[in-house]
Design a protein around this ligand. Sequence first.
Ligand SMILES: Cc1cc2nc3c(=O)[nH]c(=O)nc-3n(C[C@H](O)[C@H](O)[C@H](O)COP(=O)(O)O)c2cc1C
Ligand code: SF4
Length: 445
Amino acid sequence: MTIATTDAAERLGLSLRSSLAVHLAEHGHLPASRGRHGSVAGSLVDEVERSGLRGRGGGWFPTAVKLRAVVESSAARGRLSTTRRPVVIGNGMEGEPASGKDAMLLAASPHLVLDGISAAAYAIGATEAYLAVHRGSHLVPGLLAALAERAEATVDEIAIRLVTPPARYVASEESALAHWVGEGVATPVHDRKPFQSGSGGRPTLVQNVETLAHLALIARNGGPWFAGAGSPAAPGTTMVSVGGAVAAPGVVEVPTGTSVASILDRCGGPTADVAGYLTGGYGGAWVPPAGFAATPWDPDSVREMGGVIGASVLWAVGPDTCPLHEMARVAAWMAGETAGQCGPCAFGLPSVRDDVHLLAVRRAGAGDADRLRSRLGLISNRGGCKHPDGTARFLATGLAAFPDEVAAHLAGRCSFGSTRPGSPSSLPVPEARLASADVNGRDFA
Ligand SMILES: Cc1cc2nc3c(=O)[nH]c(=O)nc-3n(C[C@H](O)[C@H](O)[C@H](O)COP(=O)(O)O)c2cc1C
Ligand code: SF4
């Protein structure tokens, strides 16, 4: 993905390729007084609360609540407990195939993310800090160079280690990430949350790298400064990965609440009539085109239109791409990306994958479509993590957003002439990955 046109509202320095010297000239050092080790949350946590920052990894959960939960969990353990001191993990895995924002940020402003890890660790009294990018990521050499610069200049109070868990969709779910860092196993953990007992049984803060970059700016400029941009309920700027039927697909940074039409304009505008939008990514939701262009890009407004802002993916489907074909391709990939530990993943996802395939290739009857809908209703809220829920929502909202196309396929027709091979608005689906061979075994870059 490329950086779309830049804008005065940008804060994260996406057009830079920051060395430590450039970064410090631009932002200055982190203020040392904002956090304090110990059982009481540092003043940075108060500042984050004032900012209204919500996590950019998909759930848009209030960051201050998470920081406090880790501090309280750590304080609740006996002072002598060896599993008392927290761990911080920056989540730069970017498991969503249609997202490019985290890689863009880590390439352009690695030190802002590393500052965020450092500041969060300092504020909550963490004694271990990690940055995770997926195994094989092209970012590794640049990040190792950035970490070496920081070690040389003794910027960080505790060393930040780069880790490269397997490039599997569920490996970047927060409990799986903590599991990997602590035990070398990249599967989600059902019975406890990372903030209670994560890496090595220690309270663990997992934050998306964009969240951490915003946190680093809040540490310098304060919460009210951050809240001065964007929608009041989810303030600040947000990166958006824009793809599909637009002239210049890429990543933009905009204040939350910017209209979908303005975001598309920043990427050269739609290249054709848009048949529908995928919002949030493959764990997100489809939205029909009517009225969506005027929608503000923030969690509540997107939800009111039936979408999910999630990992901030905005994908326009053009007339060269059959959405049902796209749904079948993505469902096949998502069904192969489970950790296979729970019923909805072991049995539910393969069944809906097969149902939607029949529909896409126009071999399904009305009974098959009904069976697909009822199976989708049975999948949610039954797994150890939200992977099956996201897949079910992706498919259920797709069926609802394209009713005419579902009817056409049931009648043996496709209005889009199916997806043309190599079509620019066809969703990216990574090559099939090895079943579970690579979710065990740890390595540190
Ligand atoms: C299947 C699955 C995959 C996920 N992949 C990612 C990911 O690649 N990057 C990410 O930041 N969050 C991902 N998440 C969300 C994380 O579990 C977690 O909520 C997030 O890293 C927390 O950061 P935030 O509070 O800063 O958003 C995923 C969640 C699920 C259920
Ligand atoms: S729901 Fe699926 S991906 Fe999540 S823990 Fe269970 S088997 Fe693994």
